[in-house]
Design a protein around this ligand. Sequence first.
Ligand code: GDP
Length: 528
Amino acid sequence: MKKPSLSSSINKRRTFAIISHPDAGKTTITENLLLFGGVVHQAGSVKARKTGHYAKSDWMPIEKKRGISVTSSVMQFDYGGKRINLLDTPGHQDFSEDTYRTLMAVDSAVMVIDSAKGIEAQTKKLFKICSMRGIPIFTFMNKIDRDTRDPMDLIGQLEDVLGIEAYPMNWPIGSGRILQGLYDRYNHRLTTYANKAKDRTYIPLGKNGDPIKPTPITKTGMYKEAKDSMQLINEAGNQFSEDKILHGKQTPVFFGSALKDFGVKTFLDGYLDFAPKPEPHEAMINSHKSEVIPTNPQFTGFVFKIQANLNPHHRDRIAFVRICSGKFVKGMTVTLQRTQRQMRLNNVTEFIANTRENINLAVAGDIIGLYDTGNLQIGDTIYTGKKDVKFPKLPQFTPELFARVSAKNVMKQKTFYKGIHQLVQEGAVQLFRDSSTHAYILGAVGDLQFQVFQFRMKNEYHSDINLQRMGHKTARWVDPKQINPRMSSSRNLLVKDQKGKPLFLFDNDFAMRWFQNKYPDVKLTSKL
Ligand code: GDP
């Protein structure tokens, strides 16, 4: 058989993440998608992570203990002639930073919404990140096997709350116990609902918009309501625009039930009709602002996540790299842009559902996991060839919670430092030093990050730590030239971040404003 060309391999890639509020159904839908891809032989293996029935040893003990998904993983499967990379993201809001970085590595996002609840807080936050990047967003309105909100309200919410145009691809006919099916505008068909998948049917729609074959559904009030709604939307709703979809200005909306596996395949097929192939990435090439074109044979990629000790039996640390151009070949030598050092990539994994397999070839759009002994950092660019390539920095959240940290046992400082530095490089927490005492201070977005940090220090580095919570602080970076000793007070603390840049931790916003009034010339900056 002829080997596919590099560009045809790349153009087959579809790389996305699912964003949602916890409990909206992300795990359930992921499982369905993997089943379509023929990856999961045993249904329930994704969910097993949450319920604590772990088949694999790949998951961190704290995830098992708490039944939450803390880390992002990558799943790859083939479907409909495409190679799909699905990047999982932690659902808990305390790990939104991890999710944020994962969203930098995808070309599109799928937003799962609980149709009974509508748009929830976490969805809103994650949506904002996607819309900042301008990537396409596809919406799945889940749980229509339960009583939902009025579909018209749900559509309206997308526009009012998120500010994105919505284009319903289909419409539920009833919901909950009286769910009859889907009026499928996009595929010009009616899908009838039955509890068992084999009893469901697809009936094409005729010119008048009704199914060409008689079905009892059309006699119901729910059908009339759905058809009226579709007609209204046809006349007064948004025009379908592929261009707007590709720029994240319009979201195609699919209704369904992940639990009943109803409408999920329709969604996946519709998604693949419009989901973008790997897109060019902005980068500095030989210090000039430019773009990296995926089909360029020069291999480039960036590290968006580092995770230590996926498997507690092997002390490994994996750097997740999004390939942006060219192809990866096992054993290739790349340049690490930050240090300009050469690295040979021998030990690499690709992610197929829950198993990690060694790979030989991956192309732009794919994610590879590099075993790393501490050379790589989040945001690093690696490349082959003579041209120097540097992808933009991955912005960090401004931490809001702080805690002083020290080793319980002063004799075990070495493991303490090693653990802290590795976990910080992984992006699990941010590290600061008190600028006068040089004591270690951790910064996080949510308290769970501290708990996970403490747990992992003990479990992975055998280091018992003291964590002294300092509570909420308002962190603001300052220009070192503008700092003078008189500025320190009981309501602020001057610290330095990992790069040695100074910032004040104010007790609260009031303390910050007081400071700003007193020193109007000092420029205070936050991150994201
Ligand atoms: P996640 O937190 O977003 O990953 O949500 P899960 O997939 O774990 O789902 C949360 C809960 O909602 C679980 O009890 C699921 O069984 C349930 N669930 C998910 N999808 C559906 C659905 O379509 N209908 C109903 N009735 N329940 C669902």
